[in-house]
Design a protein around this ligand. Structure first.
Ligand SMILES: Cc1cc2nc3c(=O)[nH]c(=O)nc-3n(C[C@H](O)[C@H](O)[C@H](O)COP(=O)(O)OP(=O)(O)OC[C@H]3O[C@@H](n4cnc5c(N)ncnc54)[C@H](O)[C@@H]3O)c2cc1C
Length: 405
């Protein structure tokens, strides 16, 4: 007889592991499957920031920023070993697009939206301290602001949430790809390839948390269902074999004025991200030569002591890419809203698909999905309160706290 669960969660990125944890804690039987490894795709290749998203203030996404700042506060409390406060520095140069007044106003609003969180404070860094900013270029520098946000090891965070779900009773299967879903009135029959072997599972509900492959999964649903039109935007990071900065530098690209971060990462320096619209997802996303040049030019511009772009190329010791799912908009994909969208179809009431979102806000999205689950299946005796469950690194996984000192 094939396995039956209340909820099958497809995709072990941050959205899938969060839903699995919330649903298991609420007393539902859960199976979480991923065709690769937990946190192995977008969620393990992000900029690793647990943040309100200061730059989203520019596109007036105030509610997203407020929600994200609340999520930051919760995650710092629930995952103290995996999410850590970090200083951010914003240098303002004579030719910066965002001047000191704009930044001061933005940081004041950021502080207000953080609702009296101690991390909501910011300061102007005195000129006498500029020499401590890891060799940041001072020519034309007019002011530097310092504020707070948080950093995580995104992959370890996903694994920790999946581990928590598992402790609450959810089964977690890696190397398990869903290849077919037959939707009917009472639930879904699912075809899987588990470590290459065909396997059937049935579920009262299916949550599609396949990230950039959300529509690919919908494509294997019978009878056919609808999907949302999306854009895929690739973001790449370069890891440089350079001693890490003491905080995260919030820099304006000299090329297109986008914000790019220079961050400490396990004793090295991480630079990212880019935004490159993809035509398709047919092959594994790889950093392009143009992205590499863009990131090196930015680093070389702001840290002139590190040498030219050519010299810096020899210091590249790694790179990675993630792909954002953004709702298709006319014109500018880069300013599209970053909120998470939940998609259901009246003809397929047993299936919900998650589109986009942020690492930071996964708990709010999970809660929204849990409400949908309860609407469909009713409530169950609660197993645990997710607002009180401390997240620990999964056993045998590295410890972010000890590695970053
Ligand atoms: C470059 C970049 C930087 C970012 N930086 C930040 C940041 O600093 N802070 C922040 O809050 N957010 C950030 N984000 C946003 C955030 O990373 C994403 O919104 C989030 O990780 C998406 O998670 P997900 O679970 O939806 O998708 P994924 O993490 O991609 O998970 C989807 C999973 O589904 C699996 N899957 C796909 N198809 C199948 C199938 N048929 N069967 C089984 N499994 C399947 C895949 O293997 C994958 O593991 C960033 C995004 C990008 C691209």
């Amino acid at each position: 007889m094939s396995k039956h669960v209340d909820v099958l969660v497809v995709g072990g990125g941050i959205n899938g592991v969060g839903v699995a944890q919330f649903a298991a804690a609420a007393g539902f039987s859960v199976l979480l499957v991923d065709r690769g490894e937990i946190g192995g795709e977008t969620s393990g290749n992000s900029s690793k920031l647990i943040h309100g998203g200061l730059r989203y203030l520019e596109s007036f996404q105030l509610e997203l920023v407020r929600k994200s700042l609340g999520a930051r506060r919760d995650l710092l409390a629930l995952a103290p070993k995996l999410v850590k406060p970090v200083r951010f520095y914003i240098p303002i140069y004579r030719h910066s697009q965002r001047g000191a007044l704009t930044i001061r106003a933005g940081l004041s609003l950021y502080g207000l939206l953080s609702e009296f969180d101690p991390l909501g404070r910011f300061r102007k860094v005195p000129r006498s301290e500029w020499q401590n900013l890891d060799g940041l270029a001072t020519e034309g520098l007019e002011a530097v602001f310092q504020y707070w946000d948080a950093q995580t090891d995104d992959r370890l965070l996903c694994q920790a949430v999946a581990h928590s779900a598992n402790l609450l009773g959810a089964e977690v299967w890696e190397q398990s790809q869903v290849v077919g879903i037959r939707h009917h009135g009472d639930g879904c029959e699912i075809e899987l390839l588990r470590q290459g072997q065909a396997q059937q599972v049935s579920a009262a509900l299916v949550v599609n948390a396949c990230g950039p492959w959300v529509n690919e999964l919908l494509g294997c649903v019978l009878p056919p269902t609808t999907s949302l039109a999306i854009d895929w935007v690739q973001g790449s990071h370069l890891l440089l074999d350079i001693a890490p900065p003491g905080g995260i530098m919030y820099l304006e690209s000299p090329v297109d004025k986008r914000v790019v971060f220079v961050m400490p990462w396990y004793g090295k320096t991480l630079v990212g991200t880019t935004e490159t619209l993809l035509e398709s997802l047919d092959s594994k996303p790889e950093i392009t030569e143009a992205e590499r040049r863009y990131l090196l030019a930015l680093y070389s511009r702001y840290f002139p002591n590190a040498g030219s772009t050519e010299a810096l190329a020899g210091k590249i010791c790694g790179s990675f890419c993630g792909v954002r799912v953004l709702p298709k908009v006319n014109g500018d994909a880069f300013n599209a809203p970053r909120d998470t969208l939940m998609h259901t179809n009246v003809s397929h009431p047993r299936l919900l698909s998650i589109y986009g979102g942020k690492l930071t806000t996964f708990r709010a999205s999970s809660d929204e999905v849990l409400n949908w689950i309860k609407t469909q299946l009713g409530s169950r005796p609660v197993v645990a309160d997710v607002d009180k469950l401390i997240l620990h690194a999964a056993p045998s996984r590295d410890d972010f706290a000890s590695q970053t000192g």
